[in-house]
Design a protein around this ligand. Structure first.
Ligand SMILES: Cc1cc2nc3c(=O)[nH]c(=O)nc-3n(C[C@H](O)[C@H](O)[C@H](O)COP(=O)(O)OP(=O)(O)OC[C@H]3O[C@@H](n4cnc5c(N)ncnc54)[C@H](O)[C@@H]3O)c2cc1C
Length: 395
């Protein structure tokens, strides 16, 4: 470990984490903020759009981070990383989300696709797929949810039929973020007929999005800038070297992927920055001060809960329940902050634009926050995972 948050003893004798990452983390934060100031236009809110100008900014920024050794700071050097710690990666994530995630859609590859390939991929897959992610060259998307399989993901019906030494895949995915701009997809499909144990047979494929038989249709939504899609797979070929984690072992890959995803989207950092920026630049109306302070406390709690999950990742023992607890806290404070600031802003959100960057950021935050408790598993499903762990003793 290079460095980590300091640990403190609680009154119950348990070792727990606090916010202090030490001087080297502060240095890293300073470096990242300078890079953002140099590369990202003021008022940038375009992380998740299909606007070519925004995509170009994100692409250029990812290349710059990769050149500086900061894009995959915690990955092993053999895969293009810097061999750092998960805490360094956490600092990078926090600075990115605090500044409207200027890595854009590439955060998916960095956050969970890369780690899933590291955990489940063959040597050949690792050599093939990890260096381009580490170089900032590639966008991945996640083809899991279907029209009738979201919370109950194990009911998915996209089928992979054996054909020669490979597979032919047919089915429909929905809510696929960034599918229009992605070059690759981690696609969940079913091999063989469904049994009583629905998880069995699910298999993950790594397929290029320009392969024959794949079509993508955008879904316009209240999130504002577009990034959601439907994807159709019509007899799409996948070779034997494009199966990730073995035939029928997709559920383990999905669980690992979702645990990483839930912890990697550190929107608490954005909440924290927005609350401070608003207080400094606009001032919090007296009537809302108590709610503003409460929201800040909840944001800081969410941050500590996320650190617990990072600590488990560091120990190589990530638990679904810890990731879900962190996700519950983060998504709820996302909405809480959105409401407080939207209300504090009154009708000024309509003035959003280059001259009112904080108002624009609040409006953008509010829109996405509405979906936060659905994306990556709904709030009810996260609660269920936590209760199973607490009541049923599951990992
Ligand atoms: C912004 C955004 C981005 C997304 N990006 C992606 C992506 O990139 N790739 C991808 O594959 N998917 C993506 N999703 C899809 C997301 O994972 C699903 O929307 C989510 O899992 C819920 O599934 P569903 O929409 O089918 O809702 P449903 O599963 O139909 O749920 C409807 C409601 O019923 C509740 N419910 C369902 N089952 C139970 C139960 N057993 N007990 C109690 N309540 C229950 C749910 O909590 C919810 O409130 C994204 C979603 C959003 C909003």
């Amino acid at each position: 470990m290079i460095w980590a948050p300091s640990s403190a003893q609680t009154t119950s004798g348990e070792s727990d984490l606090d916010y202090d990452f030490g001087d080297r983390a502060a240095e890293l934060r300073g470096r990242l903020r300078q890079l953002i100031a140099d590369e990202i236009p003021p008022g940038y809110l375009g992380a998740f759009t299909d606007d070519p100008a925004d995509l170009e900014v994100a692409q250029r920024f990812c290349h710059r981070l990769a050149d500086e050794g900061l894009l995959t700071v915690a990955w092993p050097k053999e895969y293009g990383g810097a061999g750092g710690s998960v805490w360094e990666q956490t600092v990078v994530r926090e600075e990115m989300w605090a500044h409207h995630e200027p890595r854009g859609a590439q955060y998916m590859g960095l956050n969970w696709v890369g780690p899933a390939i590291m955990a489940f991929g063959t040597d050949e897959q690792k050599q093939r797929f990890l260096p381009p992610i580490a170089a900032g060259d590639v966008i991945w998307c996640q083809g899991f949810s279907e029209p009738d399989a979201g919370s109950d993901l194990a009911s998915l019906t996209t089928r992979a039929e054996p054909d020669g030494d490979g597979w032919r895949i047919t089915g429909q995915k929905i809510w696929t973020s960034y599918a229009e701009m992605a070059q690759w997809c981690v696609l969940a499909a079913r091999v063989g007929t469904a049994t009583a144990k629905k998880h069995e047979g699910i298999t993950m494929f790594l397929v290029p999005m320009d392969r024959e038989g794949i079509s993508v249709r955008p879904i316009r939504s209240m999130l504002g800038r577009h990034h959601l899609n439907e994807c159709f797979f019509d007899d799409v070929w996948a070779g034997p070297d494009e199966v990730l984690g073995g035939v029928g072992n997709g559920w383990s890959v999905i669980r690992r992927a979702l645990a990483h995803e839930r912890v990697g989207i550190v929107r608490y950092a954005r909440c924290d920055r927005l609350l401070s920026a608003f207080a400094e630049e606009e001032g919090v109306p007296e009537l809302l001060r108590a709610r503003w302070a409460r929201a800040l406390v909840d944001v800081r709690v969410a941050r500590l809960l996320a650190y617990r999950a990072v600590r488990e990742q560091e120990a190589g023992e990530p638990r679904d329940a810890t990731a879900s607890i962190a996700r519950l806290a983060v998504t709820q404070c996302d909405q809480q902050v959105a409401e407080v600031l939207f209300q504090a802003q009154e009708d000024r959100s309509l003035e959003a634009g280059a001259d009112a960057p904080v108002a624009g950021a609040v409006e953008d935050h509010w829109r996405y926050a509405q979906a936060a408790t659905v994306a990556s598993g709904t709030i009810e499903i996260q609660r269920m995972i936590v209760s199973r762990h607490l009541l049923g003793g599951r990992k």
